[in-house]
Write a protein that binds this ligand. Structure first.
Ligand code: HEM
Length: 445
């Protein structure tokens, strides 16, 4: 396939570093693997292959529909679990934003080629966090090429700004491919295969995406204990290297507790031709953690991320492993009460107002990033309709609270002060059977 080139600039250290030890240049194995993913390209991959000596399990020889869930987003069964039983996101991620070049409807030949490319990756890598997790989603802009509109069972509008104080660029690619694995060499290897830069991965013959698809943008990231600390030499994190060594995210707390996530069932589209698919909201968020780490103290960080009750009672130890599978939001005061009495309201505390059957509406699969040399977060969330995301995000704005109390539009208002949304995009993630260039009205052609 054709695609934009990305710079390949990699200084290689000794290849024999033991796991997680710093090598002679002070580059730990973890930091090296993350930066290899951020840089990308064949030199980065070759270096990973040397450093990451782990054997990656292959998938089945004939990855047809059988044995694969109809939902592309059915990852939870094949994710790692932490000691408390929470699903743990894969450690390395690549997002490819793709454009389909030709005008008009995609050809069947391109559909077949795209599906073949995905199946070849499924042969090369087991569908799990140890192998490769892969999804393909499509933006509203993609569906404009069809005479039919999307069915009413699908709610995926064009992206828009979602707060009075933000001015994001709006993404309009045709498709979004998400590659995730615990191994950097797998996401890089899968990307190379899709770009047509290799015909073999993990001992298996692989196929490229069709030439009609080109990569307009690539985004990368990581999540998991150690990776943010190893990669804190970026704009947005102060030079004092404040990110805790065991934190899975730059802000110093663990996220994604089972009790604070929507289930895969909840985020699945229940009816119509795109059932059992889901919708994706992807924002690119820039973090500025100077005040977070240099002026705020532990009490303030805990109050702003969780709630004042948790800060007063030292509920959260370290990054929050002690919380088990739930952040105990029932113990927090009502957000208005915290704003009135404590002058601060927590991020989780505000979000907990948007729940159904005691669970959030969105399933967060976000990860940190060093793209553009800045500390960032690719906030990728799944929900049955984009309006569920919008509702959740409105709660995060806390506009009512800031109107009626000392809490500002962004100051002391959860974590709003430390983040800046640079881009937003919405996508439909069809079921697996429609993952390759789907029509807007399946079953009617
Ligand atoms: C820098 C960005 C962010 C960080 C570091 C962050 C971190 C966290 C943390 C630590 C929690 C509590 C524990 C858990 O995750 O299970 C949480 C909860 C949550 N966050 Fe965020 N978050 C961020 C941005 C967002 C955004 C942009 C949204 C969506 C609008 C969001 C939605 C939620 C929801 C829905 C919950 C669960 C609330 C509940 O329990 O009902 N977060 N977040």
């Amino acid at each position: 396939m054709t695609g934009t080139d990305f710079p390949v600039r990699l200084v290689l250290g000794p290849m024999t570093a033991p796991p997680d030890a710093a090598d002679a240049r002070g580059v730990s194995r973890r930091a090296f693997l993350k930066s290899a993913v951020a840089i990308g390209g064949s030199a980065a991959l070759a270096a990973c292959l040397d450093r990451e000596s782990v054997d990656v399990p292959r998938g089945p020889e004939a990855p047809g529909a059988a044995g694969y869930p109809a939902r592309q987003h059915a990852w939870n069964d094949v994710l790692a679990r932490d000691d408390a039983g929470n699903a743990v996101q894969p450690r390395h991620h690549v997002l490819l934003l793709l454009d389909y070049g030709p005008d008009g409807e995609p050809t069947d030949a391109d559909r077949t080629e795209m599906e073949e490319a995905f199946r070849s990756l499924e042969r090369a890598y087991e569908r799990s966090h140890e192998g490769l997790l892969l999804t393909a989603s499509y933006a509203p802009a993609y569906f404009e090429r069809f005479g039919d509109s999307l069915p009413s069972s699908v709610d995926v509008p064009d992206p828009e700004a979602l707060a009075p104080f933000e001015d994001p660029d709006l993404d309009t690619p045709d498709a979004l491919v998400h590659l995730a694995s615990d191994h950097a060499k797998v996401v890089l290897g899968a990307e190379e295969a899709l770009r047509g830069e290799t015909d073999e991965r993990n001992g298996v013959s692989v196929r490229a995406l069709p030439d009609a698809l080109s990569v307009s943008e690539r985004r990368t990231g990581f999540v998991g204990a150690g990776l943010p600390a190893d990669n804190q030499d970026v704009i947005g994190v102060p030079d004092s290297e404040p990110v805790p060594e065991d934190s899975p995210l730059y802000m110093g707390f663990k996220s994604g507790f089972e009790g604070n996530q929507a289930s895969e069932d909840r985020v699945t589209i229940g009816e119509g031709p795109f059932a059992p698919g889901t919708t994706v909201h992807l924002s690119k968020i820039r973090l500025n953690l100077t005040q977070w780490y240099e002026q705020d103290d532990r009490y303030q960080r805990e109050a702003k991320m969780f709630c004042p009750h948790h800060a007063k009672n030292d509920t959260v130890e370290g990054v929050g492993e002690n919380l088990g599978t739930d952040t105990g939001m029932d113990d927090c005061e009502a957000p208005e009460e915290s704003a009135r009495n404590d002058g601060v309201v927590g991020h989780s505390q505000k979000m907990a107002a948007v729940r159904e059957d005691d669970g959030p509406l969105i399933l967060r699969r976000d990860f940190d990033s060093t793209d553009d040399g800045e500390a960032g977060l690719h906030f990728l969330s799944l929900q049955s309709s984009v309006s569920a995301f919008v509702e959740t995000r409105e709660a995060m704005n806390g506009s009512d609270i800031s109107e009626d109390s000392a809490v500002g539009q962004r100051t002391n208002n959860g974590i709003l002060q430390y983040m800046n949304v640079k881009r937003r995009g919405n996508y439909l993630m069809p079921p697996r059977s429609l993952r390759a260039l789907p029509p807007a009205a399946p079953g009617e052609n």
